[in-house]
Design a protein around this ligand. Sequence first.
Ligand code: ADP
Length: 590
Amino acid sequence: MKRLLSILLSLCLVAGVLLFTQAETLTGSSTSKIGGEGAIVVEVTLDEAGAIKNIAVVENKDTPGISDPAVETIPAAIVEHQSLLVDAVTGVTYTSEAIVLAVRDALTKKGIDASKFEVEVNKEVEKGEDVEKTVDVVVIGAGGAGMTAAVQAHINGATVLILEKMPKVGGNTILSGGALNAVDDRSEMAIKTNDSAEWHYQQTIAGGDYQGIPSLVHIMTSRAWEAVEWVKALGMEFIEGETFTVAGGLWPRAHKPVTPVGTGFFNTYNAYIDSHEGIELMLNTKAEELIVDDFGRVVGVRATGATGETVTAMANKGVVMAAGGFGASVELRQAFNTTWSTLDASIPTTNHPGATGDGIKMLMKVGADLIQMGNIQLLPLGDPNNGSLSGNVSRRVEMVVYVNKNGERFVNEGGRRDEMTRALFAQPDNYMWIVTDAHAFPTGDVQNNFNESVDQLVADGRAVKGETLEELAEKMQVPYENLKAALENYNAHCATKDKDEFGRTLYGDPIDRAPFYASPRVPTVHHTMGGARINEYAQVLNENQQVIPGLYAAGEITGGIHGANRLGGNALTDLLVFGRIAGESAAMGR
Ligand code: ADP
């Protein structure tokens, strides 16, 4: 027996050695626009014939949750097609490209000619069979509002199908900084910050120039904390005992999730979907039109699947429209804009590429009342290269000032988003810098709200750093004397906490501790505040203010909640509160 075992063992060893000498594993890395240098590291296994047998992403510094679809798809696609010319995953372009570059790096390092793997990929896919499904509730869009509605509807006993056109969940919600306004009136935090749900209501209404519909705003602010507790009970975690003021939030009432950006919501909802029967998500499935029966009731959705097949999703109880806004559609924002001199392609956006207003078009066809469509929110906080909110050195309003190209402050950094953006449009080249210091970033590995360390931002050229203010001014190419004067004046107000000449009242530590940091910013389209008029049950109303039976809506696609200007941190509150209401109403078939 012993002899037999030892023979077997030596046979295995020989086989192992033989295999090892035949197949080969190479390592390569690449820089990504998100995770920076060395962000993606791959191990590429070649078989004995030199074909790519396997690709493992062994390191990934891009945003977890957001980059996952690329990690899941690109290596497999390269192996399948034996080609580096595979399509990037929509919405996850940077990580997709970085994976391809890392594979290329691995091959080149080993002296293998990568052009051997530059074969055209046959993109023609065979059209799959048409699909028909019937559930209680169909949800259009797997962003924050849609996923909230879907889970709530399922909790209320409905079978649920979610249709998402992109290859991933998350929409704009997953890209947000994660700030969520909510006040628990009974908490010590409310006392400490002198806050209340009523004050949240007042600020939301006034901050939107009294265009918000009071009953809806009241629902949002008074049920916000209950919604936070609901999502916490599902497993979502927030940093406890701490709230902050997000840009344009006007008050320190934003809660911050433990996991980066908006990923916590989707980890939570995906976990729920994975562990329950009767709730299904179809990706790469684009809703095209609402199906209306002879009595005017919305009874389903016609969609197109990944291979062009028709997906017909019938809803016994209701359809929830949660397809988000139209910030990424230049055509629609130009058509509806009444607020800004232009929203043409020269103005970038923070939005994901799928925010094209498909839902708005579907709603128009069924006669929904679209209100306040001209109210489009811009932020003064876009990355000059891509409009994104990431890459900035602002962790919280209390820790930053904004200066223009002359090194001068020009606005209340704690003010309304529309006012800050308007002020930025009046500055040279519509360009500003966010300036902060070591109070905000005590060490180089402290991260901003987008999971990026300040060292990384500096290394990637997205921010500049000065050991002295003079060095910072030099790197920003602004006059040192002006920057120095701006900070001296600001720091004096920080000490007395009185209102400054711009109307600022939110102060933290002075900005006087080296090293200093700054990142450049431009105006960027952020949120389309107009949309479907809903009632307090999230039912969509037609132009005669009658309910369109079977149709519910929540999130950015609705209008009349934020009015002329949305407070920072209120989008997540809105989608959570009204997503739940829409889910519950649809499950009841109200
Ligand atoms: P909200 O904050 O309102 O949830 P998001 O932008 O986070 O808005 O999510 C909206 C989601 O709807 C996105 O994931 C987007 O890709 C999806 N979507 C948009 N149009 C369609 C469509 N025609 N069919 C299916 N999903 C869509």
